[in-house]
Design a protein around this ligand. Structure first.
Ligand SMILES: *[C@@H]1O[C@H](CO)[C@@H](O)[C@H](O)[C@H]1NC(C)=O
Ligand SMILES: *[C@@H]1O[C@H](CO)[C@@H](O)[C@H](O)[C@H]1NC(C)=O
Ligand SMILES: *[C@@H]1O[C@H](CO)[C@@H](O)[C@H](O)[C@H]1NC(C)=O
Ligand SMILES: *[C@@H]1O[C@H](CO)[C@@H](O)[C@H](O)[C@H]1NC(C)=O
Ligand SMILES: *[C@@H]1O[C@H](CO)[C@@H](O)[C@H](O)[C@H]1NC(C)=O
Ligand SMILES: *[C@@H]1O[C@H](CO)[C@@H](O)[C@H](O)[C@H]1NC(C)=O
Ligand SMILES: *[C@@H]1O[C@H](CO)[C@@H](O)[C@H](O)[C@H]1NC(C)=O
Ligand SMILES: *[C@@H]1O[C@H](CO)[C@@H](O)[C@H](O)[C@H]1NC(C)=O
Length: 902
C-alpha cells in the first residue's frame, strides 16, 4: 500500500511541481503581495457562509481580515491578487466526521474566475448534485472532488475545462454516475483521471474515449461496475504509467480480446485485484518489465504463484492474496521487493522458511510483509530482528506459537505490528518499549501472559492504537503514570487492569474507542472520566464491579460527537439514571444509539424526560436501543417513552416495574415499520466513524441469548418480562408490524390476547407465559407465518388451539398450564368439538394448504430478511467497498477487501 501511495504521491508532486514552477515563472516578475481582490473576498465569505466547519478550519476567513490571500487554504497570484488556488481538502479524512466541511457550495465560487487549482476532497456536500458551473472555471488545471459526497450524474460541462490536467471524482459514498463520458474527449491535457466508485455501467465503451486522451499517465477506474473492455485497434495512451482496474467484473476476456493491456510497456503500477479472473495468470504480464507495483489479489486464479513473476525484477509491491501454492524460491531474485502481501494464500510454510526467501538478497530491504491467514506455523525468532526496514508486519490469523522474541525491539522502523489471533504465549518482552515508531500494536486473541508495565511503553511515543484483548495479561502501572503516547483506540477486554480505575486514561485526550470491559475494575468511576465521556464514540466498561452513582456532571451526559455506543452493563452502579438520561439540551447532533445499562443496581423511576431525545432520533440516527434490563427500577413506564419513535429495542426486563402498558405504544414507529431504509440507517450510522458499535449487542430472544452482531438494524424487540405489569395487553400493540420479538412473560397481565395479533406479521418470537391471560388463542395467530418460538404457558387460556402448521409445530410445553386442547396438546373432547370445531376444521382445509405454503416462505422470508442487509454487502462489491470505505480504518469485517484503503 505504501508503495502505491508513493507512486501516486510522486506523480502528484510532479504535477504540482510543474504547476508551481509555472506560477513562479509567470508571476514572480512583479511586485508581490498586492493583496486580495474585493469581489473574490466577498465570494469566499459567501462560500464560508454555506458551510458548517466544526473543526474551525476556516477560522482565518474573517470579514474583519481584509487580505483573503492570507487566509488558510487560499493562494493568490502575488502580482494581481487573484485567487489561484483553493485548498479545502480535508486534512484528516480518516478522522470521523470531525474535520469535514459540511453543507452546500455557494455559486459565488463561480466568481473566482482565475482559479487554477480547486481541492474540495473529503468534505461532506451531502449528496448535492455536482455543480455544473464548475465547467465555466476554464482556467482550472487541477480539480479534486474525491470523497466530497456529491451525487447524481457528473455534469458534462466538466468537459469544457480544456486545460484540466488532474481530475479526481472518486470515492463518493453517494451514487455518482455518468450518462456517457464522451465529454472527457475535450480534456486533451488530462494526465490524471480517477473515477473510482463512479458507476460507469452506462458508459461501458468509455475506454474508447479515454483512449483518445494522449497525455494520460494515471487512470483509476476502481469499483466502477465495468464488465468488459472493448478491444482497441491501437493504444493511444501508451504513456500510461498507472492503471487501476480493481473491483470490477473483468474476467479472462480482458486478456484475450484486449491484449493491448500487455502493450502498455511503460506501466509502473497495475492493479487488477478483486475482479473475476480465473485459471492461469497470463504470462503476458511478464512483458511489463517496468512494473513496480502489481496487485493480483482477490481473483479466482487457480494457479500457484508463478515463478516467472521473478522476472519482474523492478517489483517493489506484490500482492497475491488468495492465490495458491507456496512462495517460489526464485523470488530470492526480487531484490527490490519492499512490500509483499500473500495473505490468505495457504502457504503452509514455516515462518522461518518464508523469511529466508526474503532475506536472501542480504539487504533485508522489506518494508511491508503481510502474511495473514497463510496457515503459517512456527515461532517468531530473533531472525526477525534483522529486518530493520520493516514498518508493517501482519501475521494475523496464523498458527504461530511460542513467545515473542526479545529481538522484536530491534525492528526499529516498525509502525504496524499485527499478531492478532495466533497462539503466541509467554510474557511480552521489555524490548517492545524501544519501538519508537510504533503506531499500531495488536496482540489480541493469543495466549500471552505476564505483566505489562511502564517499561513496555517507555519509548512508544507514537502509539495510537493498542489492542491486547483476549490474553491473560496483567496491566500493572503506577497510578501516577503519564504514558508517552496519545492513544485513539484501546482495547483491553479481559485483561487484568483493576482493581483501581486506570487513572492514566486521564492523559489520553484523543481516545475515542475504549474497551476495558471485563478487566476486574472494582472502583468508582472518577469524576474526571465522567466529564471526558463526550470524547468517546465507543465506550465499553461492562462486566466489571464498578460502583457508585452517576454524578450530575459539569458537562451533561452523554455527549458524543457522533452516534456511538455506551455500555455500562453488568456492573454495580446504583442510584438514578436521571443524570444520564435527562441532562440534555440542544444536543441534536449528539446521541448514543446504543445505550446499555443492564445488570446494575439502578433504582428509582424511569425518568420521564424522554422528551429530550426525540429530535435526535428523528434525525435518522436511530438504530436505537434502550436496555435497562436487570435493575431495580420501579414505577410505571412513563408515557413520554412513546416519543422515542426511532426505538428498535426496548428492554426493561427483570425490574420491578408496574402499572399498565401505555396505549401510545404504537408510536414506536421504527418497530411499526416493517420496511424502513435499513441500509441507509446502517450507512449513516457507520459514517459516524466506528464499526465496533455493531459488536456485542446481546438481547434475549427466541428463548435464549442471541448475539445480534452486525444485524442490529434488522431487529425490533420489546422485552418487558419479569416485572409487575398489569392490565390488558393493549390492542395498539398489534400495530407494531415490524416487531420481531415480543416478551411479556412473568407479569400480571389479564384479559385476552388481542384478537388482531395476526397483524404482527414479522413476529418470530412471542412469549406471554406466566400471566393471567384468559379467553381463546386468537384465530389470527395462525397467520403468524414467521413464528418459530411461542410460549403461552401458564395462563388461563381455554378452547382449541387454532390450526396452522406454525402453531401445531410448536412443542406442547408452549401451551402447558392452560385449559387448551388440540394439537400439539391432546384432542379436544368429542362432545364440545363435534359441531362447531369440526365445521371449523373443514372450513380450514384450504387455509391449511395456504399455511403450508406460508411455512415454506417463512424459511425463505427469514433468509431474505437477513440478506436484505448483508446481501448487498457481499454480492455488490462496489457497494461493499463503499461501506467498508467508511468503516473506521478499513477493518476486515463484513468480508471487506482489507488493505484496499486509498
Ligand atoms: C517559487 O518562487 C519562490 C520564491 O520566489 C522560491 O522560493 C521557490 O523555490 C519557487 N518554486 C519553484 C517550484 O520554483
Ligand atoms: C507569494 O508571496 C508569499 C509571501 O510573500 C510567498 O510565500 C509565496 O511563495 C508567493 N507565491 C508565489 C506563487 O510566488
Ligand atoms: C511479450 O513479448 C514477446 C517478445 O517481445 C512477444 O513475442 C510476445 O507476444 C509478448 N506477449 C504479449 C502477450 O504481448
Ligand atoms: C483465527 O484464525 C483462524 C485461522 O488460523 C481462523 O479460522 C479463525 O476464524 C480466526 N479467528 C478469529 C476470531 O478471527
Ligand atoms: C528511548 O529513546 C531514547 C531517544 O531516542 C533513547 O536514548 C533511549 O535509549 C530509548 N530507551 C529505550 C528503553 O529504548
Ligand atoms: C505463562 O504461560 C506459560 C506457558 O503457557 C507458563 O509456563 C507460565 O508459568 C505462565 N506465566 C505466568 C506468569 O502465568
Ligand atoms: C407520538 O409521536 C408523535 C411524533 O411522531 C408525537 O407528536 C406524539 O406526541 C407522540 N405521542 C405520544 C403519546 O407521545
Ligand atoms: C380462569 O378463567 C375462568 C373463566 O374463563 C375463571 O372462572 C377463573 O376464575 C379464571 N382463573 C384465574 C386464576 O384467573
Amino acid at each position: 500500500m505504501k508503495s502505491t501511495m508513493v507512486v501516486f504521491v510522486a506523480l502528484l508532486f510532479l504535477e504540482l511541481f510543474t504547476l508551481v514552477t509555472m506560477i513562479n515563472i509567470s508571476f514572480c516578475i512583479g511586485n508581490p503581495n498586492v493583496g486580495c481582490v474585493d469581489s473574490e473576498r466577498q465570494a469566499l465569505l459567501k462560500l464560508k457562509q454555506d458551510l458548517s466547519d466544526p473543526s474551525n478550519r476556516l477560522a482565518s476567513w474573517n470579514i474583519g481580515d481584509g487580505d483573503c490571500c492570507a487566509w488558510d487554504g487560499v493562494v493568490c497570484n502575488n502580482f494581481t491578487g487573484h485567487v489561484l488556488q483553493l485548498n479545502l481538502g480535508n486534512p484528516n479524512p480518516n478522522y470521523g466526521t470531525g474535520s469535514k466541511l459540511v453543507g452546500k457550495i455557494n455559486p459565488s465560487l463561480f466568481d473566482l474566475k482565475h482559479l487554477i487549482h480547486l481541492d474540495l476532497s473529503d468534505n461532506d456536500f451531502q449528496g448535492i448534485q455536482t455543480p455544473s458551473y464548475l465547467g465555466s472555471l476554464k482556467n482550472l488545471r487541477y480539480l479534486n472532488l474525491s470523497g466530497a459526497e456529491f451525487a447524481g450524474v457528473i455534469p458534462h460541462q466538466l468537459g469544457n475545462i480544456s486545460n484540466l490536467q488532474y481530475l479526481d471524482l472518486s470515492k463518493s459514498y453517494y451514487e455518482l454516475q455518468v450518462e456517457s463520458i464522451s465529454w472527457l474527449s475535450g480534456l486533451s491535457f488530462l494526465e490524471h483521471l480517477d473515477l473510482s466508485l463512479v458507476d460507469l455501467t452506462k458508459s461501458s465503451d468509455g475506454l474508447v474515449t479515454i483512449n483518445s486522451l494522449p497525455s494520460l499517465k494515471v487512470l483509476k477506474l476502481s469499483y466502477c461496475e465495468l464488465h468488459h473492455f472493448p478491444s482497441l485497434p491501437s493504444t493511444n495512451f501508451s504513456s500510461l504509467k498507472a492503471l487501476d482496474l480493481s473491483g470490477n467484473h473483468f474476467n479472462n476476456s480482458l486478456f484475450q480480446y484486449s491484449s493491448w493491456v500487455f502493450g502498455l510497456r511503460n506501466l509502473v503500477f497495475f492493479d487488477l485485484s478483486d475482479n473475476e479472473f480465473h485459471g492461469k495468470i497470463p504470462s503476458g504480464l511478464g512483458n511489463l518489465t517496468f512494473l513496480r507495483h502489481l496487485d493480483l489479489s482477490s481473483n479466482e486464479f487457480n494457479s500457484a504463484i508463478p515463478g516467472w513473476l521473478s522476472k519482474l525484477n523492478d517489483l517493489e509491491f506484490l500482492s497475491l492474496r488468495e492465490l495458491g501454492g507456496q512462495i517460489p524460491t526464485s523470488f530470492v531474485r526480487l531484490c527490490k521487493l519492499t512490500s509483499i502481501d500473500v495473505s490468505y494464500v495457504k502457504l503452509g510454510q514455516d515462518l522461518s522458511q518464508v523469511l529466508d526467501i526474503f532475506s536472501s538478497c542480504g539487504a533485508y530491504a522489506l518494508e511491508s510483509l503481510v502474511l495473514s491467514g497463510c496457515h503459517i506455523c512456527g515461532h517468531l525468532t530473533n531472525q526477525l530482528g534483522q529486518f530493520k526496514s520493516l514498518h508493517t508486519l501482519e501475521l494475523r490469523d496464523n498458527s504461530l506459537s511460542g513467545p515473542l522474541p526479545p529481538a522484536l525491539g530491534e525492528l526499529s522502523s516498525m509502525k504496524n505490528l499485527d499478531l492478532f489471533n495466533n497462539t503466541l504465549d509467554g510474557a511480552i518482552p521489555m524490548s517492545l518499549g524501544q519501538l519508537s515508531h510504533l503506531e499500531l500494536l495488536d496482540l489480541s486473541n493469543n495466549r500471552l501472559n505476564g505483566t505489562l508495565s511502564e517499561i513496555h511503553f517507555v519509548n512508544l511515543t507514537k502509539l495510537t492504537s493498542f489492542s491486547a484483548f483476549g490474553n491473560s495479561l496483567i496491566f500493572k502501572v503506577n497510578q501516577s503514570w503519564v504514558p508517552p503516547f496519545q492513544l485513539e483506540k484501546l482495547r483491553l477486554r479481559s485483561c487484568h487492569l483493576g482493581p483501581q480505575f486506570p487513572s492514566w486514561l486521564r492523559s489520553q485526550k484523543h481516545l475515542f474507542i475504549l474497551d476495558i470491559s471485563n478487566t476486574r475494575i472494582s472502583d468508582t468511576i472518577p469524576r474526571w472520566f465522567w466529564n471526558s465521556i463526550s470524547q468517546y464514540v465507543y465506550l465499553n466498561l461492562s462486566t466489571n464491579q464498578i460502583y457508585g452513582e452517576i454524578p450530575n456532571c459539569d458537562r451533561p451526559l452523554p455527549l458524543v460527537p457522533s452516534p456511538g455506543l455506551l455500555d455500562l452493563s453488568n456492573n454495580a452502579l446504583s442510584g438514578s439514571i436521571f443524570h444520564l438520561i435527562c441532562k440534555r439540551e440542544n444536543e441534536a447532533d449528539n446521541i448514543y444509539v446504543y445505550l446499555k445499562l443492564s445488570k446494575n443496581y439502578f433504582s428509582g423511576d424511569i425518568p420521564d424526560c424522554w422528551m429530550n431525545w426525540p429530535n435526535l432520533l428523528v434525525l435518522n440516527l436511530g438504530l436505537s436501543i434502550l436496555n435497562l434490563r436487570s435493575n431495580k427500577l420501579h414505577g410505571s413506564l412513563p408515557i413520554q417513552l412513546c416519543r422515542l419513535n426511532s426505538l428498535q429495542i426496548l428492554d426493561v426486563a427483570h425490574n420491578s416495574l408496574s402499572g399498565i402498558i401505555p396505549r401510545c405504544i404504537n408510536n414506536f414507529t421504527a418497530m411499526a415499520a416493517a420496511n424502513s431504509s435499513d441500509q441507509d440507517n446502517a450507512i449513516s450510522y457507520i459514517r459516524g466513524g466506528v464499526s465496533d458499535v455493531f459488536e456485542d449487542a446481546s438481547v434475549v430472544t427466541k428463548g435464549f441469548m442471541v448475539e445480534y452482531n452486525t444485524i442490529l438494524n434488522l431487529v425490533r424487540i420489546m422485552d418487558i418480562s419479569n416485572n409487575n405489569f398489569s392490565g390488558e395487553v393493549p390492542k395498539e400493540l398489534t400495530n407494531l408490524m415490524g416487531l420481531q420479538s415480543l416478551n411479556f412473560s412473568h407479569n400480571l397481565f389479564t384479559g385476552k390476547i388481542p384478537e388482531n395479533i395476526g397483524n404482527m406479521r414479522s413476529i418470530e418470537s412471542l412469549d406471554f407465559s406466566m400471566n393471567q391471560l384468559s379467553g381463546k388463542v386468537p384465530q389470527s395467530m395462525s397467520s403468524l407465518s414467521f413464528l418459530n418460538h411461542l410460549n403461552l404457558s401458564y395462563n388461563n387460556l381455554t378452547g382449541k388451539i387454532p390450526s396452522s402448521t406454525q402453531l401445531q409445530s410448536m412443542d406442547a410445553s408452549s401451551f402447558a398450564g392452560n385449559n387448551l386442547c388440540g394439537a400439539p396438546l391432546p384432542n379436544c373432547p368429542e362432545k364440545n368439538a363435534l359441531v362447531p370445531e369440526d365445521r371449523n376444521e373443514n372450513g380450514n382445509e384450504d387455509e391449511d394448504e395456504v399455511d403450508w405454503l406460508l411455512y415454506v416462505s417463512m424459511a425463505l422470508g427469514f433468509v431474505l430478511g437477513f440478506w436484505c442487509f448483508m446481501g448487498p454487502l457481499l454480492i455488490n462489491r462496489r457497494w461493499r467497498y463503499k461501506y467498508c470505505y467508511f468503516l473506521d480504518g478499513c477493518v476486515d469485517r463484513f468480508g471487506c477487501p482489507v488493505r484496499k484503503c486509498y
